[in-house]
Design a protein around this ligand. Structure first.
Ligand code: ADP
Ligand code: MG
Length: 238
């Protein structure tokens, strides 16, 4: 379980996130949805200490992460961004295995886990030796997900991970994510501004307006049936 407790972040005069409090239950998908600039990325990056709160706290399983070593913490947290940033001169297998070896797995274990995770996300063994540019955008995104899973994390942070792929591939990736999340019982914090994606993936949907202000949270059904206000209604298109 991830808990944000009055988490705030300011950069000089700029408020990126103000007083954000939310719970991401274990083994479920929580989707953060909101307009650009509403603090979604800031909130997500607080979980793996890429952003340190100016005030407030983030707790994982009841423990404040402020005192935890960031490198150790990141081993239990996978992170997928829109711009996946695969290493262009490394093979697909090496891209995934590298992360696991950095995290301390032996070369053999790292490669075994990499093969396992690549298979899990639907990459054919014939592609393991290819370079990222030889794959389609959708396949590269799958490799990005495999890489995030290489250290066998129980938390997966996904920040608009499928934004750059075409709609049909995107639906496949969403289906794969749902399957993998169930299989590995992952705790997923997923950011999107796509309403269909949000409604499809979310166990819990949190709608943000400016600076991380929560307009409403609940199941997609609750929000679409009873939107709290005009902002939620408009964002969800109901
Ligand atoms: P979102 O992901 O919802 O688009 P962000 O969390 O990236 O929003 O940003 C929220 C606000 O904080 C934006 O107005 C953004 O410009 C600002 N911001 C984010 N990171 C920084 C930074 N490193 N320095 C200055 N301002 C930032
Ligand atoms: Mg963002």
């Amino acid at each position: 379980m991830i808990e944000f407790v009055n988490a705030s972040k300011t950069y000089g005069d700029v408020v990126a996130l103000a007083d954000f409090s939310a719970v991401v239950p274990s083994g479920t998908i929580t989707v953060l949805m909101g307009l650009s600039g509403s603090g979604k990325t800031t909130a997500v990056r607080m979980v793996n200490k890429m952003v340190i709160p100016s005030s407030g706290a983030v707790l994982i399983d009841g423990v404040d992460i402020a005192a935890q070593n960031a490198v150790t913490l990141r081993r239990s947290i996978g992170y997928v961004m829109q711009d996946i940033g695969l290493l262009p001169h490394k093979t697909v297998l090496d891209n995934v295995a590298l992360i696991a070896s950095i995290a301390g797995q032996s070369r053999e274990t790292a490669r075994r886990n990499a093969r396992e995770m690549l298979t899990l996300v639907g990459i054919d063994a014939a592609s393991f030796g290819r370079f990222p540019r030889q794959l389609s955008g959708g396949q590269q995104q799958r490799v990005g997900v495999a890489r995030a899973l290489a250290t066998k994390p129980n938390i997966l942070l996904m920040d608009e991970p499928f934004g750059a792929v075409d709609p049909i591939v995107r639906e496949d990736l969403q289906d794969e994510l749902l399957r993998i999340q169930r299989e590995l019982k992952l705790t997923v914090l997923f950011v999107t501004h796509d309403r269909q994606e949000a409604l499809k993936l979310a166990d819990q949907l949190i709608v943000l307006s400016q600076k991380g202000r929560i307009e409403q949270s609940g199941t997609p059904r609750e929000l679409t049936k009873k939107p709290a206000n005009a902002f939620v209604r408009k964002l969800l298109g109901v």
